[in-house]
Ligand binder design. Structure first.
Ligand code: SF4
Ligand code: SF4
Ligand code: FES
Length: 236
């Protein structure tokens, strides 16, 4: 058996946040462990799941400060399981996804006007196939350190999806898409790569943000932070 700790939250309980220790079967996935706690020991334990096979993205949580899919991860002795960061906790391991999913709308991350007669060649498809694998597990959002200081940041999965449509030859409104990711967008990313490290689908949001930066430069945009770097020590 492995002993794991679970950080739990309930708005009507005092204290609202507690860390409880439970035993789970060796070799079982974290989701199987959570399910057995719920069925056999504490029916109030609350978590989210769907496909149970790493496809739907609904079961993502943080284990020892790293985002994982509970239906894939196998717990080890001493693990601390917590809800994802930067979203309000509804109860225990379930968070409210309204704000994180709202970044897709803020970034206008969808196919806008379609170019008449545009053809998607196999090469074009190859460029955007990976980003289309996103299962919206929101792990990258939780891992992104920018949210510690800027809660309005568009964030990794919205920017990755935006690049997917910017790179689509059918998109007729590329300029509008690039305009939409200037404020709280591509230039706010620190390029730390945490989003890329945690993505269970092998998507590279950091790389896609770099592509969006490069496309932004083609439309005349530049990094607004560069001006302040250049002025250090020049106020005489
Ligand atoms: S690379 Fe950018 S988007 Fe990804 S986690 Fe780091 S700061 Fe956030
Ligand atoms: S980019 Fe990866 S980590 Fe981020 S939401 Fe999509 S699948 Fe999850
Ligand atoms: S339950 Fe669907 S990805 Fe884990």
């Amino acid at each position: 058996m492995a002993k794991i700790k679970i950080r739990r939250f309930h708005s009507k309980r005092e204290p609202q946040e507690v860390v409880q220790e439970w035993e789970v079967e060796d070799g079982a996935t974290l989701l199987e462990g959570l399910s057995s706690i719920k069925c056999e020991k504490d029916p109030t334990l609350t978590f989210r799941s769907g496909c149970r096979s790493g496809v739907c993205g609904s079961c993502s949580v943080r284990v020892n400060s790293k985002e994982v899919l509970a239906c894939v991860y196998k717990p080890e002795d001493g693990d601390l399981v917590e809800p994802r960061r930067f979203s309000n906790v509804v109860k225990d391991l379930v968070v409210d996804e309204e704000k994180s999913l709202g970044t897709l709308k803020s970034a206008k991350a969808w196919l806008g006007a379609c170019k008449e007669g545009a053809v998607v060649e196999p090469e074009d498809e190859k460029r955007t196939v990976k980003q289309s694998d996103c299962i919206l597990c929101i792990s990258c959002y939780s891992a992104c350190p920018v949210y510690e200081t800027n809660s309005s940041f568009l964030g990794p999965f919205a920017l990755t999806r935006q690049w997917r449509y910017v790179a689509d030859p059918r998109e007729a409104e590329v300029k509008e898409k690039i305009d939409a990711v200037q404020q709280n967008g591509v230039w706010d990313c620190t390029l730390c790569g945490e989003c890329t490290l945690v993505c269970p689908q092998g998507i590279d949001p950091k790389g896609d943000i770099l592509m969006l930066r490069s496309k932004s430069a083609q439309f005349g945009y530049s990094d607004p932070n560069m001006g302040s770097f250049g002025s250090f020590g020049l106020d005489f």
